[in-house]
Design a protein around this ligand. Sequence first.
Ligand code: DGL
Length: 304
Amino acid sequence: MFNRLERRVKVLHESSTSVSSFRIPQDLPIGVFDSGVGGLTVLKALQSHLPHESFTYFGDTAHVPYGNRSQAEIQALVRQILSWMAEQPIKMAIMACNTSSALALDTVRCEFSFPILGVILPGARAAVQSGRRIGVIATPATVASECYERAILEINPEVEVFQVACPEFVPLIEANQIFHPQTRQIVRHRLEPLVKAKVDTLIYGCTHYPHLAPVIQQILPSRITKVDPAIHMAIAAAQELDLLNLRSVQGSPRTQFFVSGQPAQFAKSARPCLGFTPQVEGVQLQGLAPLLRESDSVQTVLQR
Ligand code: DGL
């Protein structure tokens, strides 16, 4: 894959006098992506922790939710997004999506010329610092991958991990139904096994779920520590940028928003999280047909 970043890097390389002066330009944006508005929770943490960085945000809203998809579908979608990002170009990609991090990161990481970071490890590390009975709420695909369980037990085999898949949460959040009375019932139902298991810590194992925090916090006992991997992801990204000498330390940062679905719908759903209505551009990714299933529509979720 010979993308614009590589071309730019190659030109720099060829025009420089020594090979050691070759590197990815620090002023390029960091690419951040998710299936929809979930990754905005990570974007906000990144923006506050890395105030001089520019970001290119991509929401794959034509294919949300990812959490009910097969690994092959998720990998195909992630490859398309990263190939598009490579063309922008970007200096680093952040999978602000647990489902992609769980099912695609290991496979696609070596296929691109920029570093690619996922959210699972920073979240698992933070949770192990806080508790011994750790609950994980995540998409069905993330839960089935058992990646949180593996990551946590690798750090501390003494810890107990309890996972719950919450297939309704993402469609409800994408449709702005956070304060719908039925959403509360659905959240209560999904969290019940974790309350019964007496967890002391809960990981938001899907970047969409912090949007539901006002509801979750009313339902879960306050003694349970909630871990949002977003800030831990931002700290890990800063360390990686420093390590690779890629951190931007000056200039006026900007963030651009792109989606594969309806820009106006995304702008509306993003507003409560961002505090403003973003300008959003639609992007057609090649070779992908929308795959939204009837069972994922918010009407179907609320009628269940
Ligand atoms: N926000 C993503 C995650 O962290 C994707 C959720 C989905 O599209 O199902 O898993």
